[in-house]
Design a protein around this ligand. Structure first.
Ligand SMILES: [Zn+2]
Ligand SMILES: [Zn+2]
Length: 456
């Protein structure tokens, strides 16, 4: 057998033997979406838009989703789901605001659908009528605006719409639904907190995990999806550059940590550009820098917060090692006393592994989405340097999982952006404003069709 023929034979065997073994509950042909799905979603759109605007105008930061989770729980309970609140335990022992809603419908697969719930410390500047005016204090005590700048309000709305469709279509599927309202995605410790609170022991281990995220870079009305690597891993690193304090007029009597931090920030930019294989995607960003108390005092310490994104574990380890060497190297060059060397701490809790979509499961759901939305509205996704903790629900990829993207920007604005070269406002921007009606409609149709296909 030639190479090409062998490949073809292997693929055929994979489809014939391996796929059915991987998906014992899934029938070989993908389902057409029910004919009444579109009118039914259309009928519930006004209620969903109201829920969306309510979520949008009352955002809460990670770890503080008290009222958001209560609203989501109340709405899911009204639909007939059996709801448990306050699921989740953080590493420091505090409880999380996680929501689990179950609907048992006879024997069959167990499907987990996840929405996150938290907002960001961003001052909203969209100017929309339902804009957030919420302000709060962040963990450092600074006053900040709060905004659903990542669109988790869209995710909760799509979850509610899907929950209603699936309750009303119980005769069209069998198995169990496990809907998750996850806290603290932005601090990437919410999924871990829910799992640490014995999520699967208490509520059952799912056979499939499904989720979606909105995407300012694609058109409202479209979804994008891909199998394989989807998003980078995220690692939080704290670098503390220490110095020796003295009077600002006598620098020779101390060691200036602000100068060392400045050197470090610039040198750190050469790690990705000059040490990492250019074929390997990686980003290292110094996102926070704090030091000094007064103009005429050379301070004792500068704290820096870094985020690292990679698609491979090996590159992650390589960059962490280089960050340590760079920080130490700068201090050594300035003749820092050994007891004042910098410290580099890699967070054990603020870490998310790379997000991976099960290729066969993604392929199947792509076909389902094409049947529901039309081929022109289902496009291939790119690998993104953003990160997610949804992958933790798949238990290291042992449970087939897929996250897909829902476009949120009007096609006209996207076309204009291509023409002018000026980027449209993306997630985390104070100007991020999804065109909510087509976005929610498309999200609910896509998510419901996929769930029905998995559970039929
Ligand atoms: Zn985000
Ligand atoms: Zn997000």
């Amino acid at each position: 057998m030639g190479h090409a023929a062998l490949l073809k034979y292997n693929l055929a065997m994979y489809r014939k033997l391996i796929l059915p073994a991987l998906f014992p509950f899934v029938l070989p042909m993908c389902a057409q979406a029910p004919a009444d799905l579109k009118p039914s979603v259309e009928a519930q759109l006004p209620t969903l838009i109201e829920a969306y605007k309510d979520f949008h105008s009352t955002p809460e930061l990670s770890h503080s989703e008290e009222h958001t989770s209560a609203k989501l729980a109340t709405d899911l309970r009204k639909l007939g789901y059996s709801v448990t609140e306050h699921v989740g335990l953080y590493a420091d022992g505090t409880k999380a605001w996680g929501v689990v809603a179950l609907l048992e419908n006879g024997p069959g697969p167990r499907l987990l659908i996840r929405s996150d719930m938290d907002a960001l410390p961003v001052e909203e500047k969209t100017g929309v009528a339902y804009a957030s005016t919420v302000h709060t204090k962040n963990p450092d005590g600074q006053t900040t605006g709060v905004m659903h700048a990542c669109g988790h309000d869209i995710h909760m709305t799509v979850l509610l719409g899907t929950a209603k469709e699936l309750v009303e279509r119980k005769s069209q599927w069998h198995g169990s639904l496990m809907l998750i309202g996850q806290p603290s995605e932005e601090t990437i410790d919410g999924a871990r907190a829910m799992l640490a609170d014995n999520l699967y022991k208490r509520f059952g281990k799912p056979d499939f995990v499904l989720s979606e995220h909105d995407d300012g870079g694609s058109a409202a009305g479209d979804i994008t999806i891909k199998g394989g690597p989807l998003m980078a891993s995220s690692t939080s690193i704290d670098v503390v550059m220490r110095g020796v304090g003295t009077h600002g007029s006598r620098p020779e009597g101390g060691k200036d940590p602000i100068l060392l931090a400045a050197e470090f920030v610039l040198l750190a930019q050469t790690i990705v550009s000059r040490q990492v294989d250019p074929q390997q995607p990686a980003v290292l960003t110094v996102g926070t820098i704090r030091g000094g108390l007064k103009r005429n005092i050379i301070s004792e310490e500068v704290d820096m917060g870094l985020t690292l994104r990679t698609s491979s574990e090996a590159v992650r380890d390589q960059i962490i090692a280089a960050v340590r060497k760079t920080a130490e190297g700068v201090a050594v060059a300035y003749n820092m006393p050994v007891d004042r060397m910098p410290t580099v701490t890699v967070s054990k809790t603020e870490f998310a592994p790379a997000t991976f979509n099960d290729p066969a499961f993604a392929e199947r759901l792509t076909q389902t989405a094409v049947a529901a939305l039309g081929p022109e509205h289902v496009l291939p996704s790119k690998f993104k340097m953003g990160s997610e903790d949804v992958g933790l629900f798949s238990l290291d990829g042992t449970i087939p999982a897929v996250m897909f993207w829902i476009g949120t920007t009007s096609p006209e604005k996207l076309a204009e952006s291509v023409r002018t070269g000026v980027s449209v406002p993306m997630q985390h921007s104070p100007l991020f404003a999804p065109v909510y009606e087509p976005t929610i409609r498309t999200g609910v149709i896509a998510m419901t069709s996929m769930a029905l296909d998995i559970l039929r």
